[in-house]
Every structure is written in C-alpha cells, then in structure tokens.
Design a protein around this ligand. Structure first.
Ligand SMILES: Cc1ncc(COP(=O)(O)O)c(C=O)c1O
Length: 399
C-alpha cells in the first residue's frame, strides 16, 4: 500500500529533455527559410548539377522489376537478403572475398550496421574503450554510448590548415590496450573529407595490430572518393594484417537509396568457428532490435548487382556522382588559395575554418546553411550556386 512517505514511481513526464541531433535540426531550419536563393549545404545527400537528388536509373528499373516479379513478402529472417550480402562481398572485400572467416549480413543502413557492430563488441568486452577521432560523424558517439562503451577521443584533423593530425592520432592509438576499439573511416571522411593516404593506412594498421586493438571500419561512401577498389584500400589492408576486424557498410549513398536503409555488417575473426559464434550473437541482437532489415532497397540493389547490364550501368552512374563531387571540389578550390585544401580531399564533406559566429552570420545574412562546425556538403551546391557560395565564404574568411 502506498504511504505518503514513499517516493512516487517515475513516469514519462519525468523524462529529461534531449538535445536534438544537430544535423537533423539544421535540415529543419533550412527547410523553414523562405528565401528563394537559400543554399543548403548542411544535408548529407548527393545533389546533381541542377541541385536534385535523383533516384538512379538502374534503381528505378530494378524497382519496376521487383514490382512485376516479386511473388511474396514473407519473412526473410534476421540476415535479410542473403544474396544481397553475397553480391556485395567482393565489392567490399576484394581479394578477401573468399575468406570464410569473414561473414556478413544485411542491416538497416550504415547506422544499423554500426549499432549492431558495437552491440557485438559490448557483448564480447563491455570494458572496451572506443578510440574515436575528433571531429567525427556526429552520430558515432551516441551510437557508441547507446551500448554503454566508453569513448577515448583522439585528435584527427587540424581545421585551420586542412590537414590530418596524423602524429597525434598514431600516438593516441599507441596508448590503446588489447581489446580496445579503433573506429576508422574507410574513405571520404565525414565531416572533414581528409582521408588517410595509403602510407598512413599502413602506419595505422601497424599500430592497431601491434597494440591488439579491434578495428571497426565505417565505410559509408565507397566509390565516392577515387573508385570502388581504391576506396576500400584501408578495409582490405586491415584484413591483410588483423585476425579480428569489423566493417560497417552502407549502400545508401553509392546506390542513392538513403531512405530505404540499405547496409551490411561484416565480422572477421581468427577462425570459422569463432566467426560462427560471433554471428550467432549478431543475429540474436538483430532479432531483438529490428528482427529483420527492411527488404525493398536491398532487393533493388540485389537486382542491380545480379544483372551484368544493370551492374555496368550502376558503375557509370556511380562514376558520374564521383566525377561531380570532384569537379565541384576543384571549382571551389580554384576560387581562393585559402580553399585549395578542398581540392585535395575526398567525398561529399569538407570543413571550413570558420567560427560558429561566422557560420551563423552566413546563415543570417546569406541564407547559407552549414553545420555550426563549418562542415558543408560540397555537392549540396547546384552548379549555379557555387560562385555565390565561394564568394560568401571568402568574404567570411576575410571579415
Ligand atoms: C560516416 C558515416 N557513417 C555512417 C552513416 C550512416 O549511413 P546510413 O544512412 O546508411 O545509415 C553515415 C551517413 O551519413 C556517415 O556519414
């Protein structure tokens, strides 16, 4: 029986407030701005020269085939579409594709893969610390915290000079202990665009294997930097050197199926039996969280990769996206020597050496929306916005 001295059970009304995801909040702010010439370089989607994010032609065709030929929507199981993962395997793993100590499964996008990968790590070693570069994609830390793993930040990028703080990074990783996790971006670093060179990857792989760290490589933009194989260089080098590797992969950008949530998680251990045990845990966690991943997007990607003609045309469309990213980078870099670093980077993002006040002023005065950190999406710009954008940024740098 309740007495007045007993404390009242907490209810939903007692929930603390939540700090909104900064990037989602920025999208809402940009959408609400009525100025017709506004520029939204906050959102993380590819845009073409006209400023649109079209559905790839090969995906449209695959979706039509799916509508015409799919005969059931019965459950598939926690692995999702197994053939989708098999088709993706050589694209991601290259010469490691035949290694039967590596297993993968479909996930709801790269976020699902990251969450599942960290769930596995937390199950195996709840005291592991995750070495996370700063800055990193803003959703990394919340995902790591959601499985209650500790975070050790390491310096990754020098914003003023537009370069990687490589010595600091290596020194920090060198302080990791066996079982700690090194979270690395496979390519097209988000938010900085500053990718490790091949020599730098060799050095990172050396430290990771010497210290006995568990590498988790997040590869969300394969094909957006230099090419499909080139962008997987770090993934494959790590697999050459380490018995235990986790890879969180996304198809949402390189197939342009963002909202359909298409990704995969890959786990390598030192033996096929240890991998089978790890994957049994992975399936159990997936079952608890989402039971099985959404089918539609992965089914369309499956059709594209299975059909040699559609696959060849996907590569053409992917190359066109990559070429546009790199062409816009070169145009911005050519506008002012202080922006030259943008031409040496890869993927959709770069970080401008602007203070938060300067970013807010650009938002207020010029209707240019970028993250408070100065991160902007290079291909958030349509062709006819590039000159106004660079002029405004150069003006802000001079102010
Ligand atoms: C570095 C990085 N990892 C993972 C993701 C998640 O991708 P997805 O939309 O497939 O969940 C993103 C998306 O922005 C990203 O930038």
């Amino acid at each position: 029986m309740l007495t007045q001295t007993q404390t009242k059970a907490k209810g939903l009304a007692d929930l603390p407030s939540v700090v909104n995801d900064s990037l989602l909040a920025l999208i809402a702010l940009a959408n609400a701005d009525p100025r017709p010439d506004k520029i939204d370089v906050g959102v993380g989607v590819f845009r073409d020269a006209a400023g649109n994010t079209p559905i790839l032609k090969v995906i449209k065709e695959a979706e039509q085939r799916l509508v015409d030929t799919q005969v059931t929507k019965a459950y598939l199981g926690s692995a999702g579409d197994k053939r989708f993962a098999e088709l993706l395997r050589p694209i991601l793993l290259g010469h490691h594709a035949s290694d039967d100590r590596i297993a993968g499964l479909q996930t709801p996008g790269g976020c699902g893969a990251l969450r599942l990968g960290f769930e596995l790590i937390a199950t195996a070693n709840p005291t592991a610390r995750v070495f996370l570069g700063t800055p990193s994609w803003p959703n990394h830390a919340p995902i790591i915290q959601s499985v209650r793993l500790g975070i050790e930040e390491y310096p990754y990028y020098e914003r003023g000079q537009g370069i990687i703080r490589f010595e600091d990074m290596i020194a920090a990783l060198g302080r990791g202990e066996a079982g700690d996790v090194a979270l690395l971006h496979g390519c097209c670093h988000n938010p900085t665009g500053a990718d490790l060179s091949e020599d730098q990857w060799r050095e990172v792989v050396r430290v990771v294997s010497e210290r006995g760290l568990l590498p988790l490589i997040d590869i969300a933009y394969q094909g957006f930097g230099r090419g499909l194989d080139e962008d997987a260089f770090g993934v494959r080098l790590m697999l050459d050197a380490c018995d235990e590797v986790i890879i969180a992969q996304s198809c949402d950008k390189n197939f342009s199926v963002y909202r359909d949530r298409v990704g995969s998680l890959w786990v390598k251990t030192g033996s096929t039996s240890a991998t089978a045990t790890a994957m049994a845990h992975v399936h159990q966690r997936a079952r608890e969280m989402w039971s099985m991943p959404p089918d539609h997007g992965a089914a369309a990607v499956h059709i594209v990769l299975e059909d040699s003609e559609l696959r060849a045309r996907w590569l053409v469309e992917l190359t066109a996206m990559r070429d546009r990213i790199n062409a816009v980078r070169q145009r911005i870099a050519a506008a002012d020597s202080r922006l030259a670093f943008i031409g040496r980077q890869f993927g959709m993002f770069s970080m401008l050496p602007l203070s938060k006040e300067q970013v807010l002023k650009l938002r207020h005065d010029e209707a240019i929306y970028m993250a408070d950190s100065g991160r902007f999406n290079v291909v958030g710009l349509s062709d006819d916005q590039i000159d106004r954008f660079t002029a405004a940024v150069v003006g802000a740098l001079e102010a």
